[in-house]
Write a protein that binds this ligand. Structure first.
Ligand SMILES: Cc1cc2nc3c(=O)[nH]c(=O)nc-3n(C[C@H](O)[C@H](O)[C@H](O)COP(=O)(O)OP(=O)(O)OC[C@H]3O[C@@H](n4cnc5c(N)ncnc54)[C@H](O)[C@@H]3O)c2cc1C
Length: 383
């Protein structure tokens, strides 16, 4: 069977490998000169990812990658890294989380409903301070300025996953996410996948086809305006700084749902000697201008890394609108997102389609399901 995959990000590479595993002849088309999509990393001397940073080792997509020996060397938070954690709340940065955050963590066993918004459910079940702290903390996985408007189940599931503080599941690919993309691309080629880069597909090729692009591209390829879903909107700033011993490793901004993280603390090779590499993100508020969010970002950086301006060696700012993964509103779950099986031999994969998981995990889970359905004609089943 011949299968075409459009898009060479995490979803497309997963779909290509999973289709080839089922014996299909696979051709993958990628518009960019380089594979990886949002998981691309920049070239040295400052190696930063266009999007993702954290891979979660407690998820099924991680196990799928591990089973196939596709994971590059991974770094995990060390005691020294964890000791450098700081929290911004009440306009100050300190070592201790807010009482609200501690209270919410203690109530991790609660179950939250899908049909209510998190702000209303949280106020009743956690209290105002804890609800505010959870919303602030969750900028790190939602990239959303107001997580309180999302489904309570969606927010709480993310919160309980990322606050398994005794054994953090977060992992960082050494050398950036480009190293994972490189391994996936090599495996696909070893399995006979034909990869064509620098080619933007403008019409649906013959079927079966797996459209593994972000939803706006899928919308125009399929001519279906209904292919849409909520996603975050965030300002992202990558900063090279001259190193200073007492800098924090990560600052959770409980006030404004931002975070500032040092990626070179664990991975020295991604920055020139004597420097350190930070990524800071701050969700954009409704109707907020770029100037206003940039001003808030610089304030956050001043609180997190006092005197940072005098130490800057390199800087990159990006607006990430609708590129940070699916967000579910009250009454909706991942099952309500655009279906993987679009009928007539066309399948969708990506981070905003009907598959479970956190952020990029959705791309991998949907890539596997789309390949299974395209190669076997089976109905899509995602647990
Ligand atoms: C700021 C930020 C932080 C993030 N943090 C994390 C994180 O910590 N952990 C995590 O797991 N995830 C994170 N994510 C999400 C993660 O980056 C994405 O979910 C994932 O990379 C999406 O992969 P994809 O393959 O579905 O889509 P994409 O990466 O968008 O890939 C789609 C590909 O299709 C190609 N394409 C589009 N149209 C066409 C066409 N017509 N013809 C040919 N090719 C086409 C594009 O060039 C692209 O390469 C983050 C994202 C952002 C933006």
């Amino acid at each position: 069977m011949d299968i075409t995959v459009v898009g060479g990000g995490l979803a497309g590479l997963t779909a290509a490998i999973a289709s080839a595993e089922r014996g299909a002849n696979v051709t993958l088309w990628e518009a960019h000169e380089r594979l990886g999509g949002r998981a691309r990393s920049t070239e040295p001397p400052y190696v930063v990812n266009d999007g993702p940073h954290a891979l979660y080792s407690d998820g099924a997509p991680y196990a799928w990658l591990a089973d196939r020996d596709l994971l590059p060397p991974l770094l995990e938070p060390t005691a020294a890294f964890l000791a450098g954690t700081r929290f911004r709340h009440g306009g100050r940065v300190g070592r201790l989380p807010s009482a609200g955050l501690i209270g919410a963590i203690r109530r991790r066993r609660l179950r939250a409903p899908r049909d209510r918004d998190f702000a209303a459910w949280g106020r009743e079940n956690l209290g105002v301070a804890a609800t505010r702290a959870v919303c602030g903390f969750l900028g790190v996985t939602t990239y959303e300025a107001d997580p309180g408007r999302l489904s309570a189940e969606f927010v709480w599931e993310r919160f309980t996953r990322v606050t398994a503080l005794r054994s953090p599941s977060v992992r960082y690919p050494r050398g950036g996410w480009g190293s994972l993309v490189g391994r996936m691309a090599s495996r696909a080629e070893e399995m006979g996948v034909r990869i064509e880069t620098g080619v933007r597909v403008t019409e649906l090729p013959g079927t079966p086809t797996i459209v593994a692009t972000a939803l706006p591209s899928a919308r125009s390829l399929l001519g279906d305006g209904a292919l849409a879903w909520e996603s975050g909107h965030s300002l992202l700033v990558d900063l090279g700084l001259r190193r200073r011993a007492k800098d924090p490793t990560i600052v959770f901004d409980l006030d404004e749902s931002g975070f500032v993280e040092c990626y070179s603390f664990l991975d020295r090779g991604i920055v020139p000697e004597g420097e350190t590499l930070y990524q800071a993100q701050l969700p954009v508020r409704a109707d907020e201008s770029r100037g206003d969010v940039t001003a808030r970002m610089e304030h956050l950086l001043e609180d997190a890394l006092p005197g940072w301006r005098e130490r800057v060696t390199w800087r990159r700012d990006q607006m990430c609108r609708g590129r940070t993964g699916a967000l579910d509103l009250p009454g909706r779950t991942w099952r309500d997102r655009p279906a993987i099986d679009q009928g007539d031999g066309v399948f969708l994969a990506g981070d905003a389609v009907a598959a479970p998981g956190l952020l990029g995990e959705v791309s991998i889970a949907s890539g596997i399901a789309a390949a299974e359905a395209a190669a076997t004609g089976a109905r899509v089943f995602v647990a």
